[in-house]
Design a binder for this molecule. Structure first.
Ligand code: SDX
Length: 428
């Protein structure tokens, strides 16, 4: 006998089916609620509302579990590569060696972007934020690949667009960085792997390829893997809802990039470093800033702390914090803000305000310290988050289409003026 939920409304009882996921998560399916009762539900921020059934990522905020297609994030971050994880998220299973090699080759062959895209860079003011540039340039890819506009592509055509976007994102990201420095862009090289290519386009010179310390390569794989997906977060939900109108992948991901930009979401990694720098420049007093974070009259928030879902530690933050120590030591980087971050974490984890609200460091708290040690400037941190999150956005967009989900169109409760007549005060 399948489980049901009864709701009593206005003296009538309504039964709704209960959906149980593979990890025993429960949901009341209210898709017939309005038809049967005339009522809707209201849940600002969707804190209690599931938007989809998904088989991509499972996370348990109470116990700090995160798995991509069933594989624990700790194992993938330690042993896998970013492209292998990208394939896993998008196609559902780990690739064979041969399939992964072909995936890598296909991506490498598409890393060049059309020379005319340079015209966009010429139009951006020199100090314009990289996230605004990224969303514009990714959306512009649909102009160069109009076949992506077909709302009903064949699986092969869809795969081509997926490869195209995975391949061109690192090139676009690196050109944004180069243009921000006023330096000539570096082109992708067919003899380099995905991460080496990316780092060479970022830090290499036009006629001088750079080789990178395995510590740096490993750190990039780890960081990109840790950011690759996170079920129905703000930016992923944006990608799904934009894609639900049959908008093309480039337009959907461009929208996701804009959602990620916000400092409450992916923009937090840049905000954390700016916060740590401000605390350092103000004498490094962690307690003073904890007090500000707790003061309801002070808009200051402890950036990189708290999470909608994790009410225990964010497993990614644990991995990144450990990687921070390893990488900075191996690179011989001594960043004073790392000590400030650790002091802040220690103080917050022992402070009743943070304990009561179950606020822990999230993925953004330590990641910027590593990005900075690798040589990225802080305005590029959220762009790096987007580079990592790309496979997740693609996987979720693909799943939404495969599940033939309806166009996303939430209801509302109207609280405005009731009917009133218009009285003209001027003649037309
Ligand atoms: C990401 O969803 C995802 O999965 C996102 C993400 C992903 O991988 O896609 O994990 C990536 O976005 C991580 C979060 C990065 N953002 C930040 O670090 C910004 C700082 N954190 C917060 O603004 C906040 O914690 C959120 C936005 C992350 C979560 O907000 P919620 O779930 O809406 O919680 P809330 O704002 O209602 O806070 C609940 C209470 C409030 O206090 P009370 O009104 O109960 O007294 O906790 C307080 C908040 O004031 N609070 C904080 C705080 N975060 C929450 N107080 C001080 N500092 C903070 N950082």
């Amino acid at each position: 006998m399948s489980e049901t939920a009864s709701i009593i409304l206005n003296g009538s009882s309504y039964e709704f089916p209960v959906v149980t996921g593979t990890e025993n998560e429960k949901a009341v399916d209210i898709s017939k609620l309005r038809d049967q009762s005339g009522y809707i539900t209201l849940d600002p921020g969707f804190k209690n509302t599931g938007a989809a059934k998904s088989a991509i990522t499972f996370l348990d905020g109470e116990t700090g579990i995160l798995r991509y297609r069933g594989y624990p994030i700790e194992q993938l971050a330690e042993k896998s590569t970013f492209l292998e994880v990208a394939y896993l998220l998008i196609y559902g299973d780990l690739p064979t060696k041969a399939v992964l090699e072909q995936f890598r080759t296909d991506i490498k062959s598409q890393m060049m972007i059309h020379e005319d895209m340079k015209n966009f860079f010429a139009g951006f003011p020199s100090k314009s934020h990289p996230m605004g540039q990224l969303s514009c340039l990714v959306g512009a890819l649909s102009a160069f690949y109009p076949e992506s506009l077909d709302p009903n592509p064949t699986p092969e055509e869809e795969d081509k667009t997926i490869i195209n976007l995975l391949a061109k994102m690192p090139t676009i990201v690196s050109w944004i960085q180069k243009k921000s420095l006023g330096h000539p862009v570096v082109y992708p090289k067919t003899n380099l792997g995905y991460i080496d290519n990316f780092l060479n386009m970022i830090f290499g010179e036009v006629n001088q390829d750079k080789t990178f310390d395995p510590v740096v390569i490993d750190a990039m794989h780890k960081l990109l893997i840790l950011h690759a997906d996170h079920e129905q977060n703000c930016s992923t939900s944006t990608v799904r809802i934009v894609g639900s109108s049959n908008a093309n992948l480039y337009a959907s991901v461009s929208a996701g990039i804009n959602a990620l930009w916000g400092p409450l979401h992916g923009g937090a990694n840049q905000a954390v470093i700016e916060m740590l720098e401000a605390i350092k420049n103000d004498g490094g007093d962690a307690e003073k800033y904890l007090a500000k974070a707790k003061d309801k009259n002070d808009p200051f928030r402890l950036m990189g702390f708290g999470h909608r879902v994790y009410k225990n530690f964010d497993p990614r933050a644990k991995i990144i914090k450990k990687a921070c120590d390893d990488i900075l030591e191996k690179l011989g980087v001594n960043d004073p803000v790392l000590d400030i971050a650790k002091k802040l974490e220690e103080a917050a984890l022992n402070d009743q305000y943070f304990i009561d609200r179950k606020l822990y460091p999230n993925v953004d708290f330590y990641s910027g310290i590593i990005y900075r040690a690798l040589g990225f400037n802080s305005e590029m941190f959220t762009v790096l988050f987007a580079l990592g999150r790309l496979p997740g956005w693609i996987a979720q967009w693909k799943e939404m289409r495969e599940n033939k989900e309806p166009i996303g169109r939430p209801r509302q409760v109207y609280t405005g003026q009731t009917e009133r007549n218009y009285v003209e005060i001027t003649q037309r």
